[in-house]
Structure formats: C-alpha cells, structure tokens
Design a protein around this ligand. Structure first.
Ligand code: KG4
Ligand code: ZN
Length: 353
C-alpha cells in the first residue's frame, strides 16, 4: 500500500510517499527556518504564508521523486494536530482536496504519535549493542522530545497507548531554543547549542557552577526544564556583569545545557524502560537528533542489565517530515470521510483535544 502523507504542523512543508509503512519512496521537506532564525522563533503568520507557496511544488516533487502518479496512491494521510492552526490548515485543506478529487481514503494523523513511527521506517533501525535491523517490538516505551513536547508513553500495540509521564513546564526542545536565545545563538536552539558545545574544551575556561538536573532523582516519570532555563539566565547575567560573556563562556554554557538536558532524559527513561519491562525503547522528535543524547542512551544500554532494543531514527527523520505521518497512518489505518477531517491544534499524544 502506498500512502501519500502531508505534514505542515509548524514551519516545515513536507510530502512523502511511503510503501507499507516502512519503505520511503520519497520524502520532500521545505522549511522556512531561515526566515524564523532572523526573529529567534517561528512567527505563525510567516510560516503559514510560506507553506501556501511551497505546498504544491513540494507535493509535485514528492510524486516525481517516487516515480508515482496519483492513480498509484492508495491513501492520503495528513497531520491534523497538534501544531499551529494556520499551518495545519494548509496541509489539511490540500489533503482533503486531493482525497475528494482523486477519490482516495483519507486518514487524520496525530503529529506526536507520528514522530514515534519514524522508528518503523527502513532507514532507521536499532542502535547500540543489539544491532540487527528489525521493526520495534511491543510492549515498547517511547519518548517524544520535540519543540513543544516531552512525552513518555507505553505502547502495548498499535493504537494501545498509555501516557506515563511528561514535562510539567517547558519541553526539552523549548529549553534548547530558549537558552540558545539567551546566549544569542539563534534558532532553532538544539543544533546551534550542539555546535557550540562541540567546540568547547574544558581546560580553556574556568568552571561555571554546575547546572541543575531538575526532577532527576524524583520517583516519577515527569520532567521540568524551566528551572534550567532560569539557571542559565542567571549565569548569563553574571557573566555579562563581569563582561565575560565571550565565545569560550558561551561554548561552556552550551556544553553544560546539553549535558543537563541529556542526563535527565537518559536517567529517567532507562529507569522507566526497566520498570515497564519493555522489549523496545524508542526515541523520537527533533531533540532525539542530538548526537550527545544518542551517544548517552547507547552507552547506558551497554551497562544496563536489561537488554531491550534501542531505536533512534536517523537525524533527518527525527525532525518534522512527512514520512512518519505515512507510517503512522499505515499502522493505524482508520480512514474517515473527508468532510469529518478537522484541525486539532491542541491534540494530545493520547488523541484528546
Ligand atoms: O520535532 P521537531 O522538529 O518539531 C516539533 O514538533 O516541535 O522538534 C523541533 C525541536 C526544536 O526545539 C529544536 O531545537 C530541536 O527539536 N532540535 C534539536 C536538534 N535538532 C532539532 N535539539 C537538540 N539537538 C539537535 N541536534
Ligand atoms: Zn514535530
């Protein structure tokens, strides 16, 4: 079965064609991130206007690259939420129009759940010590770490989802984005903090105070990242007062931010995977593209007693793109009449509005 998927929940415009939920035939992504980098964050109005311009060219390129014409498409899938309302509507109205004129079934897809399905795509596969390619096995634990969400869920099967923890305030990606802004590093924060951290050499600068690991030792699976952001703000203000906020200090702070965020995530998630005795542990969402986080998960798994498979999509499939939308629709095949597809900007990972 060939699914044509459309994803426009934030600043990306993406269309993909995926066969049987695993094989990517094409996956085209256009981003307006350069426009948002100038303002330090996504301006919804600008994102939606760019998506209107890009949607049809992206769609046509996805069909061309997959060498597929519309008659060969079996189903249309589209992100309905969560996300920016104007952006979501660009994808939704396009998908409904295609479903109506091409007479295809259409499947509304939850963007957060779809991130997890990047792990079924055939150029992902398990990482770490157990390295034979396969699809994830149930029961599994999945961590979705994106710009607006940090959600930990247990999946007993496709469609059987139980939320077991999440952030009480800022998401992990939001913490990268906000602290990058405090450091004057631009947007999106994750990649720029990772780049600055990679240049940091511990011997070059006097140590700053260690950043907090919020809620790391609490006996639950919740997270909190706003205190970390405040601690970075205090460090930045101190350094500014002493006129020491130079590139060495920025490198060190970036390094510390990345360490603090990854420490909290790795510790708690490995603990949860052991508690729930899962067969697979899946990472998903933009923050899971972070090399240091991937490395720490891999290392922890070598030392941990319980051997579950760790799955992390390749970095370009972690951030927003349409291929996981198609995979999610294939494994959760519930078409609805196109008239019933509506935008759900506040959709939760459980499917609640
Ligand atoms: O999943 P995603 O592309 O979009 C949302 O659904 O939000 O995630 C975007 C988030 C941003 O906060 C961005 O800073 C973060 O993912 N991100 C990263 C990296 N690449 C993207 N965070 C850490 N390291 C990265 N390499
Ligand atoms: Zn996303």
């Amino acid at each position: 079965m060939k699914v044509l998927a459309i994803e426009t929940s934030c600043d990306e415009t993406s269309a993909a064609i995926v066969e049987n939920g695993t094989k990517i035939l094409s996956n085209v992504v256009a981003s307006s991130v350069e426009l948002h980098a100038k303002t330090g964050g996504v301006i919804p109005e600008i994102a939606a206007r760019e998506q209107l311009k890009c949607m049809l060219p992206v769609l046509s390129e996805a069909l061309q690259r997959a060498n597929t014409n519309h008659a060969e498409i079996d189903t249309i899938a589209v992100t309905v939420g969560p996300g920016l309302i104007g952006s979501l509507l660009v994808g939704i109205e396009t998908a409904k129009t295609l479903a109506y004129f091409w007479k295809k079934p259409i499947i509304p897809v939850n963007h957060l759940l779809a991130h997890i399905y990047a792990n079924w795509l055939d150029d992902s596969g398990p990482t770490g010590p157990l390295n034979n390619w396969s699809v994830p096995e149930f029961p599994l634990l999945a961590l979705v770490v994106s710009g607006g969400h940090t959600e930990l869920v247990l999946l007993k099967n496709h469609g059987q989802i139980e939320w077991i923890g999440g952030t009480r305030d800022d998401a992990a990606g939001e913490c990268f984005d906000k602290t990058a802004r405090l450091l004057g590093l631009g947007y999106p924060g994750g990649p720029v903090i990772a780049a600055a951290a990679s240049k940091y050499r511990p011997s070059e600068t006097p140590s700053l105070s260690r950043l907090p690991r919020p809620m790391a030792n609490e006996d639950n699976f919740d997270f909190s990242f706003s205190g970390l952001k405040t601690a970075v703000l205090r460090e930045v203000q101190n350094l500014q007062k002493k006129e020491q906020l130079n590139h060495l200090a920025i490198g060190q702070l970036s390094f510390e931010i990345q360490e603090a965020i990854s420490d909290v995530l790795v510790d708690k998630i490995i603990r949860a995977a052991k508690k729930y005795k899962v067969k697979s542990l899946l990472l998903a969402g933009g923050v899971s593209a972070n090399s240091r986080l991937r490395e720490k998960f891999g290392r922890q798994l070598i030392t941990t007693e319980q051997k579950f498979h760790l799955f992390i999509p390749q970095p370009k499939l972690c951030t927003d793109n349409a291929a996981p939308i198609a995979a999610c629709a294939f494994f959760n095949y519930h078409p609805v009449p196109w008239q019933e597809i509506t935008v759900s900007p506040g959709l939760t990972i459980n499917g609640e509005n």
